[in-house]
Design a binder for this molecule. Structure first.
Ligand code: CU
Length: 324
């Protein structure tokens, strides 16, 4: 029985320790260089030169390449060479100098941290038909921050007017704002001394400013002691929410946060990397190069066998005609 509890304890320990650790490292990517990646032929055992061939990450993430092949490889930023061209001329890839692992052996790995956004192609300098791409998107934190990047960890966010006449509690959902998503603002006005809810139907002026430009403005009054507003942001960047003239006084409070570009709205084109193992293409090559000679041979055989009869028939006809 005690063994059962020890097992349960270990299981719980694993669940509560291992799971958060995995979440913490989920942002980092791994790419395998599979067995056969050095083989440029269409029937190579490698599905892709680098697997996955295109990896999407966030700025600041680290990618680790593991060499699971039997050959030495590199991970070098730049443009590789189409394998079709390899047979024609000894071409080399063009390195752009952003990152270069240098040669690393089977079983070894190499890591690089991406600190800028963009699409980065890479190849192997030893086998330049081996190509892959990394798409680096902006980093979206899983918690809200103010415009200065300080984490907001208490909701609602409590602010006081200058003279501390009014406490304003504001919350917005979702906390991390993405473009194109409906954001709900919920707020309440309180008397900061008694914590009592501020008088009902309090007039206020509410504005939203983004990157220095006012994008929303309304004059309203609380329905009871608070209210709510909906808003959809079209652009990323820092935003400010301001309550002014609360109760027709000079009092105001200001909040700030960040709006991030919605990853589902990013229109950047996803790189296309052709698979390494491409039997469909190799059968197409087969049809193109072996097909026509077979057809030609068949035609010659048919002509040789039946052509003489055909010619003879024509000859007979001509003879008949001349006889008449
Ligand atoms: Cu290589």
């Amino acid at each position: 029985m005690s063994q059962f509890y020890i097992t349960l304890y270990v299981l719980l320990l694993v669940l509560f320790i291992v799971v958060p650790t995995q979440v913490a490292f989920a942002d980092n990517g791994t790419i395998t260089i599979p067995l056969g990646a050095s083989n440029p032929h269409f029937d190579t055992p490698a599905q892709f030169w680098y697997s996955p061939p295109v990896l999407t990450i966030q700025k600041g993430d680290t990618v680790t390449w593991i060499n699971s092949d039997k050959e030495i490889h590199t991970v070098t930023s730049g443009i590789g060479v189409d394998r079709g061209q390899i047979a024609q001329a000894k071409l080399e890839g063009k390195s752009d100098g952003y990152f270069d692992s240098g040669p690393f052996k089977p079983g070894q790995s190499w890591a690089f941290t991406f600190d800028k956004e963009g699409t980065f192609y890479y190849f192997c300098t030893i086998h330049p038909w081996m190509v892959g791409a990394i798409v680096v998107n902006q980093a979206i934190p899983d918690f809200a921050t103010d415009a200065q990047g300080n984490k907001i960890d208490k909701w609602p966010v409590v602010k006081y007017t200058d003279g501390k006449q009014v406490e304003v509690d504001l919350s917005w959902e979702p906390h991390v704002i993405l473009t194109g998503e409906k954001i709900t603002f919920v707020f309440n006005f309180y008397d900061p001394y008694t914590s009592a809810e501020f008088m009902t139907s309090t007039p206020y002026h509410f504005t939203i400013t983004q990157n220095g430009t006012e994008i929303f403005s309304t004059d309203d009054a609380t329905q009871y002691t608070g209210g709510y507003k909906y808003f959809v942001f079209n652009h990323p960047g820092s935003v400010e929410f301001k309550f002014e003239k609360i109760g027709n006084t000079d009092s105001s409070v200001q909040y700030s946060t960040m709006v991030f570009e919605n990853p589902s709205e990013v229109k950047s084109s996803v790189p296309v990397i052709q698979p390494a193992r491409n039997l469909n293409l190799s059968s197409a090559v087969l049809i193109l190069f072996i097909g026509p000679p077979i057809v030609a041979l068949a035609f010659i055989v048919i002509w040789a066998k039946w052509g003489s009869k055909f010619r003879k028939k024509n000859l007979d006809k001509q003879e008949k005609r001349s006889a008449i």
